[in-house]
Ligand binder design. Structure first.
Ligand code: AGP
Length: 614
């Protein structure tokens, strides 16, 4: 939710930290702040609103030069987005500056107790209490890392904390529980951040921190312990993308760039996973063939766009493996007492690998003895680390809050899982699997064609700026595509949009239809005759009631022409692969309409890319 960065080295900390915040702003943009240590004093500047407001404040009143500092970009949970509630927070003496991502669940009790001990808290946040707890611990002469460990033992909830101390100008100390934190290891400089993007222009060498760990970075050293001060083993990794991947590269919006990167994202997710001897190989599978043969149920859990990728995957996994597959919102999963066993494979799909609902769901599943496999785009994140196996999507960094290329990459990764299960369990012959992999390998070119032919979609979007409500219909794998099309439009353009299974229309939603409501319809390929014909009937039904129909249909499908007010052609692909091409025009439509309405496409209101609170 919030973005955090800390730095110690030989560069100007203000520049390094603000640059890091710029790359982390997708995580929250309610306020931004920075603190530096200089001359035994902590200097802080913070402003409500986007990072541009902090930039202006720093330009008007520069902070002193310093090589140690930290910063924060906020997605508000406790207290409105004001200057006062912006991080960093300080203690009564001003000696400590602290930033936080997550929620301190026992903050109310802590605040009361601190008040009783004479502290004055000035903000509405849960975070500020922690700054005052650090003040108390440091008062006893302990160092910042010891103080942080002592404080963490008093906290409940989810948190990443990063602190600096005016009396210890050469270190930054950070701690984590249930919230993301990675260390960047440089040459004569070190970093801590919510995400490697914050330091990618300085180093690609990173360290993944485990649960309940505290890290002290200085110019030349990184020391990691548990909350009792015992040294712990850490996993080092190298980031396989560079700073250019995290830049806009000439595009007006990150989202446009990421939409255009989809052919590459699909190719890279397939790359290296199919061996010359015709077998699928998934490096990080970590579950043996025997374990995979024991699986009698698959449950996919995820949120938002990742959930829709799971809905698509269900059709393929059941079809290819004949294993029952359920898909469930991660936020609902553990609260309904799901039936889980050792034979259940829980598949957690998450771009960020940090979504709290999904993380809590996998913990619940593992407690119940189920095996967990993560489909994730972020190396070093918590969900893959806490899973028994992982299939990484190699989509590269996704900065726009709205997921695009990772949606397609998630579908591809889940398909690889389905095919791998089919291979191990023998529910598909090798040549059948090879055939499907071959079809998947054609998809990047098909997406490229959709991208090249997207101008009419953009024109359509610009013609619909006065629309107040849009519906999306689909069947089979087209149904989750409809849901995803509606989600994109809601989150980017703030227009009411809903996705429906086309067959469900007559059971109620058809009452919404009149001439003011454009309806997108995703038509299945003609190869599946019954389904195709039923959707064509659905189009006629809504058109008869005055709706403006915007039809997505494959090349050569002439049955839809008479009923389509607008026709968006899709390359011919097999039914199960159609979401990989049909979603793309819907993403472009939402992006263009949002832009035409003057919305901030990359940072829509009220949202954050990574939802690290429940
Ligand atoms: C998609 O456009 C949204 N940003 C959101 O629905 C997102 O997919 C969801 O929050 C899940 O995030 P995750 O993949 O990082 O777990």
């Amino acid at each position: 939710m919030c973005g955090i960065v800390g730095y110690v080295g030989d560069k100007q900390a203000q520049e390094v930290v603000v640059e890091g915040l710029r790359r982390l702003e997708y995580r929250g943009y309610d306020s931004a702040g920075i603190a530096l240590v200089e001359g035994g004093v902590v200097h802080t500047t913070k402003r409500a609103g986007k990072l541009a407001n902090l930039d202006k404040a720093l330009a008007d009143e520069p902070l002193p030069e310093s090589t140690t500092g930290l910063g924060h970009t906020r997605w508000a949970t406790h207290g409105p987005p004001t200057d006062l509630n912006a991080h960093p927070h300080t203690d009564c003496t001003g000696r400590v500056a602290l930033v936080h991502n997550g929620i301190i669940e026992n903050f109310a009790q802590l605040r009361i107790a601190l008040g009783g001990r004479g502290h004055t808290l000035t903000s509405d946040t849960d975070t500020e209490a922690v700054a005052h707890l650090l003040e108390e611990e440091l008062g006893g002469g302990t160092d910042l890392a010891q103080a942080m460990r002592a404080v963490c033992r008093q906290l409940q909830g989810a948190f990443t904390l990063v602190a600096i101390d005016g009396d210890q100008p050469d270190v930054v100390v950070a701690a984590r529980r249930n919230s993301p934190l990675v260390v960047g290891r440089g040459n004569g400089e070190n970093f801590v951040a919510s995400d490697v993007a914050a330091f990618i222009s300085h180093t690609r060498d990173a360290i993944e921190l485990g649960q309940d760990q505290v890290v002290t970075i200085s110019r030349d050293d990184v020391v990691v312990t548990d909350y009792d001060g015992a040294p712990v083993d850490v996993r080092e990794f190298h980031v396989d993308w560079d700073a250019a991947a995290a830049e806009k590269g000439g595009y007006a919006w990150f989202m446009l760039k990421e939409i255009d990167e989809q052919p590459q994202a699909v190719s890279d997710t397939l790359l290296g996973r199919y061996s010359p001897d015709g077998r699928l190989q998934l490096d990080e599978m970590r579950l043996s063939d025997d374990e995979l043969r024991e699986i009698d149920k698959v449950i996919i859990i995820a949120c938002g766009t990742a959930f829709y990728a799971g809905l698509v995957a269900k059709y393929a996994i059941e079809h290819w493996t004949r294993i029952p597959c359920e898909v469930e919102l991660a936020s609902e999963f553990r609260y309904r007492d799901p039936v889980l066993s050792h034979g259940t494979l829980v598949v957690a799909i998450s771009q960020s690998g940090e979504t709290m609902d999904t993380l809590m769901a996998i913990r619940h599943a593992r407690q119940q003895g189920s095996r967990v496999l993560a489909v994730c785009n972020t190396n070093g994140s918590t969900i893959p680390r806490e899973s028994d196996a992982v299939i990484y999507t190699h989509a590269g960094p996704e900065v726009a809050v709205a997921g695009t290329k990772t949606f397609l990459a998630q579908i591809v990764a889940c398909y690889l899982l389905g095919l791998y299960l089919a291979q191990v369990r023998g529910t598909k012959f090798g040549d059948e699997i090879a055939g499907i992999v071959g079809q998947l390998q054609q998809i990047p070119a098909a997406i490229q064609r959709v991208l090249a032919e997207a101008e009419p979609v953009r024109e359509l979007a610009r013609s619909l700026v006065d629309t107040r409500s849009v519906l999306f219909l689909g069947r089979h794998v087209g149904y989750p595509v409809a849901l995803e099309g509606a989600l994109k439009l809601k989150e980017l353009a703030y227009i009411h949009a809903e996705g429906f299974a086309a067959g469900e229309l007559k059971h109620g939603p058809i009452a919404l239809i009149d001439h003011r409501v454009p309806v997108f319809v995703v038509v299945p390929p003609k190869g599946r005759d019954m389904l195709h014909d039923k959707v064509v009937s659905n189009i006629q039904e809504i058109r008869a009631r005055g709706a403006r129909t915007i039809v997505l249909a494959e090349d050569g499908d002439e049955d839809v022409v008479a009923y389509a007010d607008e026709l968006i052609r899709l390359p011919k692909v097999p039914t199960l692969l159609q979401p990989l091409v049909a979603t793309v025009p819907l993403q472009i439509f939402a992006c263009e309409l949002a832009d035409a309405l003057g919305r901030d496409v990359d940072q829509p209101r009220n949202l954050a890319k990574s939802v690290t609170v429940e």
